[in-house]
Design a protein around this ligand. Structure first.
Ligand SMILES: [Zn+2]
Length: 445
């Protein structure tokens, strides 16, 4: 979790640095070097192994065993996998608080093999303890070897190229890596489609083909930059998306992050060692496939930012205006939010505020005083709001641009069944604002 003072520090750093700044000088002024605390921890591996087997039903039969399990051992393992399948297989390792709590509880010394007394959910302790002996004998020696080999290889690469990669990423993303060591739990596999995942600690798979050799270095810094380094970029894009009346975008900043870390890694490897490198996302065809709709935004806003031609805020501006038009359902959800918060002042009888927050079209046609008395005469007699449920939303083309026509089924203390209509127009700034409010009794059948 980010503490507030740390966040403020991060934000002030973000405004102070921009892409046009010269590279950080070497010596005492240089940003502190990011450091990693690598672990090949037994219980963290066992947990992810059981999750992986629970999610991928056929994987157990095709496993490369270090030693073949006997019947009793196999039964203990299958029992634990069945528990994981019932409890956890549908849960996200990154986004589900229960999975985060388990990971935290298992953030232990590498050698610890007993799950007892670790603050885990009570029902999880027994399956882990039952599976631990068979995992230890039949799989762990090979898994631990894979993890240690991966750690040794990435440490060497980090020692040679890490400082330059860190400096490049910090320069483009406008925020520093954490000062304290980042814990990186290396496990044989995570069981997730993407592989690695990070909150303020990294869980990294050592056996995946796409995480080997030079890609290990890129993915180490990609994951590490998820801790604190994308914060300024996310904030800049969120602010611009909000101003444009669009939903927060979970992909746009992540594409820019992938692009940055990949490009910096490629440049550093080319310049300092003449090593050819194809970044992870290029190699896996992500920019041409799933992320293709974001590439005009990257090319128009983010690439100029990386070249020092646009600061972060200006880049975010260009990126958001280069996005494909919002999907209809995205717009509807944004418009519903605007209508709901506008209705709060109507329900509170603050009709002056309703006028203040209304569209320029409404303000142009009605004075504040006229709107106040009209709202008072139409809304006042209905009484207190009891319930309001969304009924329908429709986008209509009008001469002034786009108009959203929303209807709500509402109940008030003085009127049981009312249809409320709220219309919203898109302002020149891209923001949606209320241009009409009306109410009528709902028809009863
Ligand atoms: Zn990522």
């Amino acid at each position: 979790m980010q503490t507030l003072p740390a966040l403020l520090l991060l934000l002030s750093f973000a405004t102070a640095a921009n892409a046009a700044d010269p590279p950080a000088p070497q010596g005492s002024d240089a940003a502190p070097r990011a450091t990693f605390a690598f672990h090949s921890a037994f219980l963290m591996n066992l947990h992810h192994f059981l999750y992986d087997m629970a999610v991928h039903k056929d994987k157990l039969t095709g496993l490369a065993w270090h030693a073949k399990p006997n019947q009793k051992e196999m039964a203990a393992l299958q029992n634990a996998i069945a528990f994981y399948r019932a409890r956890y297989a549908d849960k996200s390792l990154l986004h589900d608080p229960a999975m985060t709590a388990i990971k935290r509880a298992l953030t232990l010394d590498d050698a610890i093999r007993s799950a007892s007394g670790r603050g885990l959910p009570a029902e999880l302790t027994a399956p882990l303890n039952r599976a631990a002996p068979v995992y230890a004998r039949c799989l762990w020696p090979a898994h631990d070897r894979s993890n240690r080999d991966w750690i040794a290889a990435v440490r060497k690469l980090d020692g040679a190229y890490g400082a330059a990669i860190q400096a490049g990423i910090e320069r483009h993303l406008g925020a520093p890596f954490p000062v304290s060591a980042i814990r990186d739990d290396v496990v044989f596999d995570t069981g997730t489609r993407q592989g690695a995942y990070t909150d303020d600690q990294i869980v990294m798979p050592s056996s995946r083909s796409e995480y080997q050799d030079l890609a290990a270095l890129e993915m180490l810094y990609h994951e590490a930059s998820h801790t604190t380094v994308t914060a300024a970029l996310e904030a800049a894009l969120d602010a611009r998306l909000k101003a444009a009346g669009r939903d927060r975008d979970a992909d746009l900043w992540h594409v820019a992050q992938f692009y940055t870390v990949g490009a910096v890694t490629r440049e550093v490897l080319a310049q300092s060692a003449r090593l050819p490198y194809v970044p992870y996302a290029d190699k896996r065809g992500l920019y041409a496939g799933h992320w293709a709709p974001f590439m005009p935004a990257i090319e128009a806003g983010w690439v100029p930012h990386m070249q020092g031609k646009l600061d972060l805020a200006a880049a975010a501006d260009v990126m958001v205006s280069s996005l494909p038009p919002a999907r209809a359902e995205e717009t509807l959800s944004a418009v519903k939010d605007v209508a709901s918060s506008w209705l709060v002042s109507m329900d509170g009888g603050d009709y002056g505020k309703s006028w203040d927050e209304a569209s320029t079209f409404l303000k142009h046609d009605f004075s504040r005083e006229y709107a106040q008395s009209t709202f008072q005469s139409l809304r006042g007699p209905l009484g207190q709001l009891v319930t309001r449920t969304f009924l329908s939303g429709e986008l209509i083309k009008v001469p002034d641009g786009d108009c959203f026509h929303l209807q709500f089924n509402s109940r008030f203390t003085n009127e049981e069944a009312v249809i409320e209509t709220v219309e919203l127009l898109r302002e020149k700034t891209g923001e949606w604002k209320v241009s009409l409010w009306a109410q009528r009794p709902a028809k009863r059948n």
